[in-house]
Design a protein around this ligand. Structure first.
Ligand code: DGJ
Length: 527
């Protein structure tokens, strides 16, 4: 009898696994959701270091992922490992990563380190590197070979399409559980060291007409690249060429298994962009998002890798990549504590995921990015974010898709922010609060404050924060607000379970959040 029940359960489990819907990104009214297992999912991500996706390194990766309370690991798949000889695919690492991720109850985003990795082609297999005539690099304006693959090489494109398709085909076969929820196609594609390819083959295309698809997408009149785009021609030509290539690789993979796919960008300065050539050229920088959309429709989104810790730039980048036609996702960001609070800014911009970079205990430290040696102490501020939001990530993702979430992070010199919900406004004051009337906090010593407010009903809000105070004003009536009930609790299986009521010192001057991960359901009235 027990055996029969066990067999039936196993069968039901297999059936459920087989029928788990394929993750996808959906859009409605200009907002987006990453659907995983049929419901909106918020990716609390962490990306491992570049050389950490080897079996011997994984024991140093998982503890950091757990210390962070992450629900998703972003980790590379190296083309050189996956296809050591032409046409022979080694799926052992993919399989191992899947198995371990399931054991650790963590989802995966695989990063296809294919033709491009940070503008170069260092992850292509050795058999390709040894045939540069067949798999060429680009040529700079002065005729010098540049360490960046040519997007005009048919053999490179075909090889990448074939390998990526094999990878996606395998994934489809071995992942009915949908452990993998997204795939990054290439890594920071584009070129450093030249704005475009000046090889004779590329020059011929550059002198030819701008493709009709791009003209109609951008509403331009026909002409050569120089005629249509003037001073931007070199850069836009390269963006089109790289995006066209990446889009075809993505399409070949999607034909096998249609997981959400994206390309990531090495950014240009969003406030004072330097001239073309001073940043990586050809990737999905903010000025060419439209070109990428037209050239690579198989990609679901383009995503910013944000390594600028000042809030003016950080927030501008979020604004530029949060578009009705582009779900906001931050697949990489600095892992020094100063970046942690921006998780809330991402939520405030309807982001579907966030991921600090270089999260593992392999001992690597990327000093120029300000990342101190990775340990629990340096990860603490990020861990706190995910500890607060993790248990309710499904609810937050759903509320966000419905347009009901507002969230902010402290900016230097700005001590307070007002969130407009129409009839109610929420006032966030940064700093660890004191208790006197009018004694609103005046900022933290370092900007660490963050808050999230989501509307649950007419006079009901979900509120959480760290190092700040949140209070409400009734904008409609001008009457004074009254906390009718403030429940601290947590979501369990979609239901908010209160553990206590806040009152007295905890509510008399506003809702005071320290470093304790606390979530409140607040019912408001007026008098
Ligand atoms: C951005 C790249 O996408 C990452 O793979 C990594 O190289 C970081 N820069 C820097 O460590």
């Amino acid at each position: 009898m027990i055996r029969a029940v066990a067999a039936a359960l196993l069968f039901a489990g297999c059936l459920a696994a087989q029928t788990a819907p394929v993750p996808r990104i959906v859009a409605k009214d200009g907002r987006h959701a990453l659907m995983v297992d049929g419901a909106p999912f918020l990716m609390l991500g962490a990306q491992a270091n570049n050389s950490s996706a080897w079996p011997a390194m994984m024991p140093k990766v998982w503890p950091a992922i757990h210390a962070l309370n992450a629900n998703t690991l972003e980790i590379p798949i190296y083309w050189e490992q996956f296809e050591p000889e032409p046409g022979r695919f080694d799926t052992s690492t993919v399989d191992l990563l899947l198995k371990q991720a399931r054991e650790h109850k963590v989802r995966l985003v695989f990063l296809w380190f294919g033709t491009w990795k940070n503008g170069s082609s260092h992850y292509t297999p050795m058999w390709m590197k040894r045939q540069r005539d067949r798999y060429p690099l680009i040529v700079g304006a002065k005729g010098r070979t540049v360490d960046s693959p040519s997007p005009h090489a048919p053999a490179t494109l075909e090889a990448d399409k074939r390998a990526f398709a094999a990878f996606m085909r395998h994934l489809k076969a071995v992942d009915p559980q949908r452990t993998v929820i997204m795939v990054q196609v290439e890594n920071e594609p584009g070129s450093w060291g030249s704005i475009r390819d000046y090889s004779p083959a590329a020059q011929k295309l550059f002198d030819g007409p701008v493709p009709g698809e791009l003209l109609s997408a951008l509403g331009k009149q026909p002409g050569s690249w120089a005629q249509v785009f003037g001073a931007d021609a070199d850069e836009f030509f390269h963006a089109w060429s790289v995006a066209r290539f990446v889009g075809q690789v993505a399409a070949a993979g999607k034909a096998e298994y249609p997981l959400p796919m994206y390309a990531n960008a090495a950014l240009r300065d969003p406030l004072k962009p330097g001239p073309p050539g001073s940043y990586e050229s050809g990737g999905p920088t903010d000025n060419v998002i439209g070109i990428w959309k037209a050239a690579a429709p198989a990609l679901d989104l383009v995503a910013p890798d944000i390594y600028m810790s000042d809030s003016a730039r950080y927030l501008k980048v979020l604004e530029l990549y949060h578009r009705p036609d582009n779900a906001l996702f931050v697949p990489e960001t600095g892992s020094s504590p100063a970046y942690a609070r921006y998780f809330f800014s991402v939520l405030g911009n309807q982001g579907i995921g966030f991921s600090p970079f270089g999260v593992d205990y392999t001992g690597f430290s990327n000093a120029p990015l300000g990342a101190a040696r990775m340990n629990e102490e340096t990860l603490a501020q990020f861990a706190l974010n995910y500890k607060v939001v993790g248990p309710m990530m499904r609810e937050i993702a759903k509320l966000s898709f419905e347009g009901k979430v507002q969230a902010v992070a402290e900016e230097k010199e700005t001590h307070s922010r007002t969130l407009d919900f129409g009839d109610w406004t929420a006032v966030v004051s940064y700093g660890t609060p004191g208790f006197g009337r009018g004694d609103n906090p005046r900022g933290n010593a370092e900007p660490t404050g963050r808050a999230l407010v989501a509307r649950l009903g007419p006079n009901e809000f979900l509120v959480t924060g760290l190092f700040c105070r949140v209070d409400f004003r009734n904008a409609d009536s001008g009457k004074q607000r009254e906390f009718l009930r403030v429940e601290e609790g947590a979501y369990a299986n979609g239901v908010f379970k209160p553990s206590r009521l806040w009152n007295g010192d905890q509510t008399d001057w506003g809702l005071n959040f320290t470093s304790a991960p606390q979530v409140l359901r607040v019912t408001l009235g007026t008098f």
